[in-house]
Design a protein around this ligand. Sequence first.
Ligand code: SF4
Ligand code: SF4
Length: 523
Amino acid sequence: MYYTLLIKKKYNFSGGIKCLSINTELDNYIINYIPYPKEFFVHVKYNTLKKNMLRVKINQKVLCGEPLTFGDCLSVPIHAPTSGLIKNIEFNSNCFGINKENIKITIISDYLDQWIRLKKINNYKLYSPQSLIKIIYRSGVVGLGGAYFSSSKKLMLSINKVHTLVVNAVESDPYITADYCLMNNYLNEIFIGCEIISWISKVKNIFIVIQEDKIKLISQIKLLIQNKPLFKICIFKKKYPAGSSKIIIQSLTGKDIPYGQHSIDIGYLIFNIATVYAIKRAVINGEPLIQRIVSLYNDKNHLSKNFLIRIGTPINFFLNYLKIKNNLDYMIYIGGVFMNNILIDLNYSISKDINCVLIRKYEKKTKKPINYSCINCGYCVQVCPVNLLPQKLYLHSKYNHHEKAKSSYIMDCIECKICEKVCPSNIPLVKYFKREKIIQNEIDTEIKRKKMFFNHFQQREARILNQKTIVHENKNDFNNTNLMKFSVLEKTSKKEFVNKQEIEKNIRKEILRSSIERAKLKK
Ligand code: SF4
Ligand code: SF4
């Protein structure tokens, strides 16, 4: 009875926008395949990896699934998507408009697709959570919903801290169908993945979150969870952006995840459906993460097809195979309709965090859209799913009122772009928010650095004071000339007693000196 009531209840959230459903015929959920290219370009984000963490060198032969990099506490290893030869390793390749550093590893395929020896596991319950987490780490599993966060790290943090696993089966963008395609084809394997995660984290509930229009999948899930008391299905209203983890947790529990914290901190471990599947493949099949499902979406004719693609496949190759000529006819974006980033280099390749390639026919625009001033209409406030005041945030960001922007919770913005879409003045709001967030992060780092310097300084002062006290107390016993060489101690011997004011004066002096040094460094 409780179960029936639960599935009848539809979870909702304030704000957001309803989107027109695209044609969700079954063939949208069929997995399509493309042949392997001759050259794979594996991009490694430099900011999560140090250059000396490469495991391969130029002209080295590699097997499919062989690790190309060492991981560390922040990043997971990245694996060869096929067997072949390392042709080139390039640093600082920059593929998006933004200046992000990358390492680009070019692999020439031998078309044999020879795999490394995979270590399969039949009964994962014979392994400790820690050893399963190690396997997941070595397999290079990261959040495939776009977060790119190491899944092993998330699992490690969750042990003895969470009571509920939330499986996010809501697509972040309403027109991407990659996750639904995956569920349609591998639902049983996804359930095994859920069980592995619950074995590791010892959760007491597993919530599968899905949107109301996925009727066929909902009935399949209902059948599968019939005799599994651990599982519950939670149905969400069809709205954008229901896929954000912040919104899911807020809708399920009524609790907000405070800025700087994670859902784990309030007892919820949240994984995207594709990540759960990758965890199953890593543990049971011993497979490293070298491929993912990517939606190809055309917003003009609402075409959405899904392809199982190896990581490192150049986007140019993918588009050529589909006879989508080049960027003179089409504009190519990464991400769905809302989150799109224009791609300026078609030699960029599919990476673990790409779930959609969006194509738009190039249209010559006679006029650039004009951005008018904010008219305070409040449309943006009505749609914001995290209850922010976008027009205020805009003004604070534009005029560099950093304190006010912070106190208006700019860091809670999930950059869903709905406010921007509904704005009648065409203001590129999220562009301002992104810039302001970068500044806020810089301010935060500076404050932390100052605190750290100040702590170090206080510790040093305490040490010196301690020495002085010892010297003063044992003045008569100190004949050690070496010790007296230190200027501080020399001074001490002259002074009977060091008062608090003097220390504070020294602290101020030291702060001034270190800030002058920092200013010089900046120059
Ligand atoms: S982009 Fe930020 S401010 Fe705008 S609607 Fe989304 S969460 Fe709210
Ligand atoms: S929707 Fe645009 S014009 Fe209206 S209040 Fe928000 S920012 Fe201003």
